[in-house]
Design a protein around this ligand. Structure first.
Ligand code: G3I
Length: 302
């Protein structure tokens, strides 16, 4: 098949991108979006600072715009993200009482998931909870006030809110199998599966340097999959977008049956959060870069 989405679909996978609501009116942007991609992750619009800027007052307008676009164009959605230490409003990060924070977190998860119920394929329930270079959780208001159990609490609350959505844990720097952080997340997923804590998928953000994925990436994906979860590449971008680095990343996913899809973190280089690295598949004018052809062919298309 001749597009990223159609080529991925030929093996039962999806190919997605991060989308910014404010760019949907740019016709170069939306033309590429609707031609190439069949999964959408809102880049910022479902984050806590946008969706609940003050306690109990919810704003789903920008995210609704993206969901409306996806519905109109037959694209599925990944929800990103419910519980994260960043882009968190000050009224949440200032809470010191555990009972208050637990009910605030649970209400946020339940209200946001209920609003989008039936429209989200998979949610990043908890994002980036582990510390770099360590097997332990990072410090955050959730960790510091609620303790280690906050991740389990979030996943149990999420399952109750929308039982048909897949529930993912999402993080970066967990692509190299021997890294302590990878081992920490692996131990958590193994523990959740053994105790029946609801978790369906792990997202590997995959913000890579020019060398691309670590040599062990496919091993990491298959070891997590063997625990009984789907794995997904959720925020892919690669400095300078070398064709081989992109092809190696796609091949790692294609070689793992439970790797269900790949999402790149933006469409054109000019749309990227790291635009100075030119890390995406389309240049600033919306032209396909060499990495585009490498990805398409690694997906089995062309
Ligand atoms: O919306 C405001 C705008 O009103 C204001 O004028 C402008 C001034 O700086 O800021 C705008 O907010 C920016 C927002 O993106 C929307 O453009 C924030 O400053 C900026 O920090 C924010 O960056 C986002 C970043 O997450 C925040 O942590 C990036 O767009 C987004 O790509 C990035 O995505 C994250 C994933 O969610 C999680 N994994 C890492 C990834 C890359 O950092």
């Amino acid at each position: 098949s001749g597009t990223l989405g159609a080529a991925a679909a030929d093996s039962g996978r999806y190919f997605g991108t991060a989308v910014a609501a404010g760019k949907l009116g740019d016709s170069t942007y939306s033309t590429i979006l609707d031609r190439e991609f069949n999964m959408i992750t809102p880049e910022n619009e479902m984050k806590w600072d946008t969706t609940e800027p003050s306690r109990g007052s919810f704003n789903f307008g920008p995210a609704d715009q993206i969901v409306g676009h996806a519905t109109a164009h037959g694209q599925r959605m990944r929800g990103h993200t419910l519980v994260w230490h960043s882009q968190l409003p000050g009224w949440v990060s200032g809470i010191r009482d555990a009972n208050t924070l637990r009910s605030v977190m649970d209400n946020h998860i339940t209200t946001e998931m209920t609003h989008f119920k039936g429209k989200i394929y998979a949610w990043d329930v908890v994002n980036e909870a582990f510390a770099d270079g360590s097997t332990q959780h990072r410090s955050s208001v959730f960790q510091d006030v609620l303790g280690n159990g906050f991740i389990e609490e979030a996943f149990r609350t999420a399952r109750a809110a929308d039982p048909s959505a897949k529930l993912c844990y999402n993080d970066y720097n967990i692509e190299n199998w021997t890294d302590a952080k990878t081992q920490g997340v692996y131990a958590m997923v193994k523990d959740f599966k053994s105790r029946g804590v609801p978790i369906d998928c792990v997202g590997f953000q995959s913000h890579f340097g020019a060398g691309g994925p670590p040599a062990s990436f496919q091993t990491t994906l298959s070891n997590f999959a063997a625990l009984g979860v789907d794995v997904q590449i959720t925020e892919l971008d690669i400095a300078q977008a070398p064709s081989t680095a992109y092809a190696n990343t796609v091949r790692a996913c294609m070689n793992v049956a439970r790797c269900t899809g790949i999402t790149v973190w933006g469409i054109r280089d000019s749309d990227s959060w790291r635009s100075g690295d030119n890390p995406l598949l389309f240049d600033g004018n919306g032209n396909k870069k060499p990495a585009y052809d490498a990805v398409l062919s690694a997906l089995g298309g062309g």
